[in-house]
Design a protein around this ligand. Structure first.
Ligand code: KIV
Length: 286
């Protein structure tokens, strides 16, 4: 895959993320998994696009992120990268792709970058991932870490619950965040942790925190696009504010089209093609 166009000067890479933290400027990140949504998100000025393994819930209907494969993320990332001019593209390493050994992890991350067009990868875990983060960073792979609720541990955690509520858990998460920063991660997703804890971590780290269900103090906010625009199914988590209801918009459009087809109002002559008068004469019609 060749990218012949040079980057726009405003293209977001790691230095822009660092500079925003230094200036106290908030950034935004949304998920996308295909060309049209990535293009809309990028053109709307979102700074980072995450090709998240939430693709398992949102697109494939798996119910959780466990079955998501590297190929699914890679294919989505290719489409997202093609659609994106300014935002930084981050791709998730799915469950099972960084759990076997470090060499295989590097190979998988490189696949997302070389074939998927990802500009950084994200993986879940705290102190248990420190060596892996160091190794990936050593191989020139920008790494975003992810602590708090880590959905790939859903079977171990027994559900999607707020993490770090006790003092001991909170201390552990603060330590994890510092260790991941030390290991070279350029940012850390804090998912579903109390806002006070997210505020402490954000203050204590030089790298950016990316909050989802973690309060307003995080440097960057991320949401699953389909939750934001009302294109997901099931109960929305409390931290989601739905800014549009595309399910309603789509349903209404489909109902209207169906009704027009049944009544004969669609397609009209303007929405179809006709023969020339000469051909009609030759055919001896109309
Ligand atoms: O996969 C995903 O969408 C994520 C976000 C929820 C941070 O990891």
């Amino acid at each position: 895959m060749a990218y012949l166009q040079p980057d726009k000067p405003e293209k977001v890479y790691l230095p822009a993320i660092r500079a925003a933290k230094e200036k106290g400027e908030k950034l935004v990140c949304l998920t996308a998994y295909d060309y049209p949504t990535a293009r809309i998100v990028d053109e709307a000025g979102v700074d980072m696009i995450l090709v998240g393994d939430s693709i398992g819930n949102v697109i494939h209907g798996y119910g959780n992120t466990i079955p998501v494969t590297l190929e699914e993320i890679c294919s989505a990332s290719i489409a997202v990268k093609r659609a994106t001019e300014r935002a930084m593209v981050i791709a998730d390493l799915p469950y099972g792709t960084y759990h076997v050994n470090p060499d295989e992890t590097v190979r998988n991350a490189l696949k997302l970058m070389k074939h998927g067009g990802a500009e950084a990868i994200k993986l879940e875990g705290g102190r248990n991932r420190v060596d892996l983060v160091k190794r990936l960073v050593d191989e020139e792979i920008p790494v975003c870490a992810h602590i708090g609720l880590t959905p790939q541990s859903v079977y171990k955690l027994g559900g999607y619950r707020v993490q770090g509520r006790t003092a001991e858990q909170a201390r552990q998460l603060i330590e994890d965040a510092k260790m991941l920063e030390e290991a070279g991660a350029f940012a850390i997703v804090l998912e579903l942790v109390p806002r006070e804890l997210a505020a402490i971590i954000t203050k204590e780290l030089e790298i950016s925190t990316i909050g989802i269900g973690a309060g307003a103090e995080c440097d960057i906010q991320v949401l699953v696009l389909h939750d934001l625009i009302g294109l997901s199914f099931g109960r929305l988590p409390r931290f989601v504010r739905q800014y549009a209801n595309l399910r309603e918009v789509m349903t209404e459009a489909i109902h209207n089209w169906t009704a027009d087809v049944k009544s004969g109002a669609y397609p009209s002559d303007k929405e179809s093609y006709g023969l020339t008068e000469e051909t009609k004469k030759e055919l001896d019609i109309g």
